[in-house]
Design a protein around this ligand. Structure first.
Ligand SMILES: C[S@@+](CC[C@H](N)C(=O)[O-])C[C@H]1O[C@@H](n2cnc3c(N)ncnc32)[C@H](O)[C@@H]1O
Length: 224
């Protein structure tokens, strides 16, 4: 039984990597990107703009499960003094993101690294901001990831996690039925479980926000 559970968790990661390796080239043009992922970027930007009102200086930001690095381009367009670090488990996503940043002449400091959200290759208390969009449901050890984020955040730093909202009928159908049928090894945590992850890790000022009607998303926000 225990062996079965840990094999299932290894499958989560293996499947995510191969799915996104295959998808890396077409990801930005996909219909899901347009309808599902893009509203998540807008949520992140709105929340970050709010944070910037009281944090005007330069800051370092880690984007976990950064995919093709869309957020790097959006942040560059906002002209904020941010050093952006994108981390992704799929080597092809990282390669596409790096190429895009190079071709777009991204003016910010941008770096993409391959890595697993559970073992962030960063020192304790080294970044002001962490974001994670549309990726968390692929993580087999979700509590471990939220605790890792807490470790690498500076005191006063903020974490915003955006993922599918499955706590109403539509969200349940989209994420727990349709997306889970397509992606198989995924888990969309209900909002109260997200809350528990953040509380257990030590986050304070935990708040949440839902957006989008057709493909509802949940943003969970916490401060260190
Ligand atoms: C749907 S994409 C989202 C990409 C980007 N955040 C966005 O919103 O466009 C999910 C990403 O999470 C990455 N991912 C999945 N499991 C991961 C893990 N354990 N550690 C880091 N990244 C992971 C995938 O490789 C993929 O690029």
């Amino acid at each position: 039984m225990l062996k079965e559970v840990s094999q299932r968790k290894i499958d989560f990661k293996r499947q995510a990597r191969s799915q996104f390796d295959d998808w890396a080239n077409a990801y930005d043009r996909s219909i899901l990107h347009h309808f599902l992922f893009r509203p998540g970027y807008m949520m992140l930007m709105e929340e970050m703009a709010r944070w910037r009102l009281s944090h005007a200086g330069p800051f370092d930001l880690l984007d976990i499960g950064c995919g093709t690095g869309e957020m790097a381009g959006i942040l560059a367009a906002a002209c904020w003094p941010v050093t952006y670090i994108g981390l992704d488990y799929s080597p092809s996503m990282c390669a596409t993101a790096t190429e895009k940043a190079r071709a777009g002449g991204c003016p910010n400091r941008v770096i993409f690294v391959g890595g697993d959200s559970e073992h962030l290759p960063l020192a304790d208390a080294c970044v002001e901001f962490v974001i994670c969009a549309n990726s968390f449901h692929h993580y087999p050890h979700q509590q471990a990831v939220v605790s890792e984020v807490y470790r690498i955040l500076k005191p006063g730093g903020r974490f915003i996690l955006v993922d599918g909202f499955r706590d109403n009928a539509l969200g349940w159908f989209v994420f727990d039925v349709a997306i889970t049928y397509i992606e198989k090894s995924v888990y969309h945590a209900p909002w109260h479980v997200m809350d528990r992850y953040f509380n257990t890790a030590g986050f304070t000022n935990i708040s949440r926000r839902k957006s989008s009607i057709l493909f509802p998303l949940l943003a969970t926000i916490g401060d260190k």
